[in-house]
Design a protein around this ligand. Structure first.
Ligand code: NI
Length: 227
């Protein structure tokens, strides 16, 4: 599954993020990679404990919570606090797979990565290269989105960020634990929800079949959801 969420952040919000990130303290991303990933990870990351990172990630979390397409496609139960990275001067992240379970620093909670998200904070013409390649997903090759747009994909896929040969690619990235772990079930629920939304634009809210179909959606979610 691959889902593009357009305009999660407005261009004004992106500008504010970028103004903050420009002067931020960046550290080597290899510090936070697993032992295998260290060998392929070559980028910069923002210090997660900084006040700046906290403010920016809370802003993203607020936007996500209010975004119907995100909620409907991901069915989120937990979101790993968004992190920030920068690829520049040939920086890249070779083929790797994200960890299945990630402890949230400073808490006793962990997040199972069902979905991975990248929120682009640089416009495509600001850098050369830097495409996100997700292996094995139709349409998942060479993702490079306008600033403010986000891609959501299943964490079970090998993926990589191609070298950035010119300019700088700023992004936020994080993981989502879904109420519905199984990707096929989650995709079916998403498709059903989209269909119901379409129908509800054409039919009255009191239409009996529309009410029944909505009931089927919720009863399926009830039987498939777990935390
Ligand atoms: Ni990754």
């Amino acid at each position: 599954m691959l889902c593009i969420i357009e305009k999660l952040l407005s261009k004004d919000e992106v500008k504010q993020f970028r103004d903050h990130l420009k002067n931020a303290n960046w550290e080597s991303g290899a510090n936070t990679a697993g032992s295998l990933a260290t060998q392929v990870k070559n980028n910069l990351q923002l210090d997660d404990s900084s006040e700046l990172a906290t403010g920016l990630r809370n802003h993203i979390l607020r936007k996500l919570g209010n975004h119907p397409l995100f909620v409907s496609s991901a069915l989120p139960v937990k979101i790993y606090p968004p992190k920030f990275n920068c690829y520049t001067q040939g920086g890249s992240y070779g083929a790797h797979i994200d960890s299945a379970v990630m402890p949230v620093p400073g808490t006793s909670t962990s997040v199972r990565g069902d979905l991975s998200a990248t929120l682009f904070l640089s416009e495509p013409d600001e850098y050369e290269g830097g495409e996100l390649y997700v292996e094995g997903i139709e349409g998942g090759q060479g993702i490079k989105l306008p600033a403010g747009d986000m891609v959501l994909y299943s964490s079970g896929y090998v993926h990589q960020v191609k070298p950035v040969s010119e300019g700088a690619r700023f992004a936020s990235f994080f993981w989502i634990e879904s109420y519905v772990r199984d990707e096929k079930k989650r995709s079916l629920l998403f498709e059903l929800d989209e269909t119901i939304q379409e129908l509800s634009r054409k039919l009255s809210a009191t239409d009996p079949e529309l009410i029944r179909l909505t009931g089927i959606y919720h009863n399926l979610l009830r039987s498939w959801a777990s935390t």
